[in-house]
Design a protein around this ligand. Structure first.
Ligand code: GTP
Ligand code: MG
Length: 173
């Protein structure tokens, strides 16, 4: 018998970077090339086994990245134990990567100080169109004490792993 501990996780980042796609890959192992932009926010859950005795239930708020929903974000990140901040590696760094950095700063100001933050460069399957170098993400994450990875919701590369890495950092009672 394993014990389940629940944690709240929020996804943040510019519209179309692939937040919903990462969550749907993780929760349902699905991907669509034609995903509709999220309205408001979506709630999903997924449970993973950390080891023989412990399971982690993620209660996930997948927020909408469009500017008009920006003021809602604090409702979702305020009580979160973990945040996944996503950018698109095929965009130049002054766009979605810059936006990801500003989300990190906002969480550092307003979220629970113990929140576990994971920075994710998504769309790794499009390496040939890369415009944000891996090192930029790596360096920023190191400076700010964040977890960091690159992943692809489309291929599934790194998706399960990123949630497992977060699970390992969460405080178990
Ligand atoms: P909002 O809900 O508007 O904030 O956007 P989002 O961040 O949830 O993005 P969404 O998951 O809707 O994905 C946007 C587009 O990018 C969709 O057309 C997806 O199919 C595509 N996409 C998402 N992840 C990947 C990926 O890893 N690789 C590729 N090639 N396309 C992706
Ligand atoms: Mg979405």
């Amino acid at each position: 018998m394993s014990r389940t501990t629940s944690f709240k996780l929020v996804l943040l980042g510019e519209s179309a970077v692939g937040k919903s796609s990462l969550v749907l890959r993780f929760v349902r192992n699905e991907f669509s090339d034609f995903r509709e932009s999220t309205i408001g926010a979506a709630f999903l859950t997924q449970t993973v086994e950390l080891n023989e005795t412990t399971s982690i239930k993620f209660e996930i708020w997948d927020t909408a990245g469009q500017e008009r929903y920006k003021s809602l974000a604090p409702i979702y990140f305020r009580n979160s134990n973990a945040a996944v901040i996503v950018y698109d590696i095929t965009q130049p760094p002054d766009t979605s990567f810059e936006k990801a950095k500003s989300w990190v700063k906002e969480l550092q100001r307003q979220a629970d100080p113990s929140i576990v933050i994971m920075l994710v460069g998504n769309k790794l399957d499009m390496e040939s169109s890369r415009k944000t170098p891996r090192e930029l993400g790596e360096r920023f994450a190191e400076e700010e004490g964040l977890l960091f990875t690159e992943a692809s919701a489309k291929s599934g590369d790194g998706v399960e792993e990123l949630f497992m890495e977060i699970a390992k950092k969460l405080p178990l009672a």
